[in-house]
Every structure is written in structure tokens, then in C-alpha cells.
Design a protein around this ligand. Structure first.
Ligand code: G3P
Ligand code: CA
Length: 325
């Protein structure tokens, strides 16, 4: 016989948010709107993303700009607006432009370098007059949207190319980021915030020298060894591996874990793989639904990056039997 206490307990267990993977909107809802624009961030917010990602680089006047690339020509009309400002390598660097200059640019969906061909066919066409944004603008946008909707959306900030920035500006990108976040009262308490990076040296500096209180995520381009995982756990709270390194499809057609998720969890870390997209699946999966099922049901990752936060949200809620308000 199930009494009232058990009913309450079962309800709490089934709605335990901590066991539900987080949906991280990759560059916003970038499957639908131009990556890293206010539009893609606002849409991601409306689609129920738990966290929204900001890749950041520095401008000449040391403003944090939300951009995946340190260069501008694949996502803006910089070549048309500032034709004489390329470096010898033919690239246009955010580090060479002030925020005032960057504001004059239009931003568009990523194209293949040297052409107008979209990097991913079918993505948002044209510019629709959209602009590059600063991290401070985006924080204000998300705070405002949270205030009007009653949500508490997390930031998920990636420091792009800290070594490049150190060389350009003789400064620590991580240190500058913590200073900015402090100005906005972002300490991981009232607003959730992860800091992610591919360069381990920057995360180690954040952990060892700067005593960063925000959770750190080590991004990984290739599958690490078990020893690497143990080393990462010394300074980071989690890993961000590519989807490819998580599983294999056996000759009999079964999907099996490579053991990476298990190793990371054994070392006490979270696992947030990147990136779920409609247009391409890892080699072990034949459909986006299958990718979602493996991530949520089989591997039980702690979260995942997706260009389609609405579909990620649905998959998490369906597979975990919860419905986010
Ligand atoms: O940060 C997770 C994922 O975004 C890493 O890949 O190249 O899209 O920044 P990238
Ligand atoms: Ca990223």
C-alpha cells in the first residue's frame, strides 16, 4: 500500500532536477538563428535551454566579444566594411578592432572561408541586420529575459584561444573574465555559470592561481586516456568531449560506451559532450533521436551542447519523464 509520504517521495524523485541532464544551447539556438546573436540567444531562452553558451574573444580595447572565432570574415561583413584591415595572413582579427568599430558590422550565419556558401546547408540565410554582441550585453539580455519569465538561465562561457590573447595583450584572459563577472555579481551562486576552455593551462591557472569558484570544464578534441582524466579532475569539475569519443557501434549493430563517461564519473567529474545537430550525427548513431537516447538513457551524461535546444529539451523531458515549467 502506497501512503501519502511515498507519493510525495516518488514525486520528488521523478522531478529531481539534479539528475536530469542540462540542455546547453550551443551558440544559442544556432540551428534556427544566426549563431551568437541576440536572436539566437533569445530563442534558446524561449525554447527552455538550461544554459546558454557564450564563446568569447577580446577586442582591441579589451572588451569581451561573443564570437566563436578570433577572426571575423566567416561570420561578418568585415571585408566589405574594412577592406584594408586584414593582417598579412589575409585574416581580420577582433584583436585589431575596437568595440566601436565592431558595432558597425553585420553578422551572418557561418560561411565557408572565401565564399558565401553556408558552412552548414539550410542554416539562417542573410544577415537580417544583426550585430555582434559583447558578453556584457548578453548577460544583461539574459538577466532581463529571466526577470520577465521567472527563469534562472545559466551562462556557459568558453575562453577562446587564451594563448593567442596572452601574446596579443600580455594579459590573462581568465583573470579579465573573472573581473567582468564579478562586476555583474556572477559568482555561481545566484546565477549558474560554467567556464570552459580547450587549453588546459588556462583552466589550471584559473584553478590554482585565481582560485576560481565557478565550475571549470575541460574541453577535449580527442578521447583522453584514463590517466588524463584523473589529471583533469585535479583542476576541473567536468569534461566536454566530442560526441564521437563517447561510443562505438559494434559489428552486430549495438551501441557501446567507450568508457569515457564512466571514467570521468569515477573521477568525480560531470560530462557535457558537444554538439548535437540535426544535420550530422556521430558515427555510432543513425539519427538525432538515437543520439539523444544514447546520451540521456544509456550513457547518462550530465548535459549536452545542442544547436537545437527545443529538441534537446523535449528529449530530456521525454526520456527522464519530467516536464520543465
Ligand atoms: O564548447 C563546446 C563546443 O562548443 C566546443 O566546440 O568549436 O563549437 O566551440 P566549438
Ligand atoms: Ca564553444
Amino acid at each position: 500500500m502506497i501512503n501519502a509520504t511515498w507519493v510525495v517521495l516518488l514525486f520528488c524523485i521523478s522531478f529531481d532536477e539534479s539528475s536530469r541532464p542540462i540542455v546547453i544551447a550551443h551558440r544559442g539556438a544556432s540551428g534556427y538563428a544566426v549563431e551568437h546573436t541576440e536572436s539566437s540567444k533569445t530563442l534558446a531562452h524561449a525554447q527552455g535551454a538550461d544554459y546558454i553558451e557564450q564563446d568569447v574573444v577580446l577586442s582591441k580595447d579589451r572588451q569581451f566579444i561573443v564570437s566563436h572565432d578570433i577572426t571575423m570574415e566567416e561570420t561578418t561583413n568585415v571585408e566589405e566594411r574594412y577592406p584594408d584591415r586584414a593582417r598579412e595572413d589575409g585574416r581580420y582579427y577582433f584583436a585589431d578592432f575596437t568595440w566601436q568599430e565592431i558595432q558597425q558590422l553585420h553578422t551572418h550565419e557561418r560561411t565557408k572561408r572565401g565564399s558565401d556558401t553556408p558552412a552548414i546547408p539550410g542554416r539562417f540565410p542573410g544577415t537580417a541586420g544583426q550585430r555582434v554582441v559583447r558578453l556584457s550585453d548578453e548577460i544583461a539580455l539574459l538577466k532581463g529575459l529571466d526577470a520577465t519569465t521567472g527563469k534562472n538561465t545559466g551562462l556557459y562561457i568558453e575562453l577562446k584561444s587564451p594563448k593567442f590573447h596572452k601574446k596579443e595583450f600580455q594579459t590573462s584572459m581568465g583573470e579579465a573574465l573573472l573581473q567582468l563577472l564579478e562586476q555583474y555579481g556572477i559568482d555561481g551562486q545566484s546565477r549558474k555559470c560554467f567556464v570552459q576552455c580547450f587549453e588546459p593551462e588556462e583552466l589550471i591557472d584559473l584553478h590554482d592561481r585565481l582560485h576560481c569558484k565557478l565550475p571549470l570544464i575541460q574541453l577535449l578534441g580527442k578521447k583522453p586516456s584514463d590517466d588524463d582524466v584523473v589529471n583533469i579532475a585535479r583542476y576541473a569539475q567536468g569534461i566536454g568531449p566530442s560526441l564521437e569519443g563517447l561510443a562505438i557501434r559494434t559489428p552486430s549493430g549495438d551501441i557501446e560506451s567507450t568508457g569515457l563517461v564512466e571514467s570521468a564519473k569515477k573521477a568525480g567529474m560531470q560530462v557535457h559532450p558537444y554538439t548535437v545537430r540535426k544535420e550530422m550525427q556521430p558515427s555510432w548513431s543513425t539519427s538525432m533521436d538515437e543520439t539523444h537516447r544514447v546520451l540521456v538513457d544509456k550513457l547518462k551524461v550530465d548535459g549536452f551542447f545542442t544547436d537545437f535546444p527545443d529538441l534537446g529539451r523535449q528529449a530530456v523531458d521525454r526520456n527522464t519523464g519530467t516536464q520543465k515549467e
